[in-house]
Design a protein around this ligand. Structure first.
Ligand code: AMP
Length: 109
């Protein structure tokens, strides 16, 4: 499904794009700012990261401060990636939630 957003077949509220990454606002935000950072290459989840594709993780974390600045997150933010059933991953294309815009909970699970 995120492949269709990347290809432009499904619209999104774009925040950032480069040749490796697309970031857009989550359709069901769980914080005042909730954006998804999505590598364009299709990898099912972070469980599929290996030596052939690990560069996309660095690309995501290099884009994150640019995105955070664009979204006015001067006080910090959190990046989360859900993996598999227990991790509550609903979309099987690797993505990183960038959430912020308020003091976040100290708990993570
Ligand atoms: P996850 O549960 O970690 O797989 O996260 C998937 C996220 O994608 C959820 O937070 C959804 O709200 C979000 N989502 C699903 N479809 C869309 C869409 N078309 N545009 C933006 N966000 C979406």
């Amino acid at each position: 499904m995120f492949c269709k957003i990347i290809n432009g077949d499904i619209p999104c509220s774009k925040v950032y794009e480069d040749d490796k990454i697309l970031a857009f606002h989550d359709i069901n935000p769980q914080a005042p700012v909730h954006c998804l950072i999505v590598p364009k290459v299709h990898i099912a989840s972070a469980d599929g990261i290996d030596e052939t594709n690990a560069d996309v993780v660095a690309e995501v974390f290099m884009a994150a401060p640019i995105i955070a600045k664009k979204l006015g997150l001067t006080r910090g933010y959190r990046i989360i990636t859900n993996i598999g059933e227990d991790g509550c991953q609903s979309v099987k294309h690797i993505h990183f939630h960038l959430v912020g815009g308020r003091q976040l909970s100290e708990t993570m699970a």
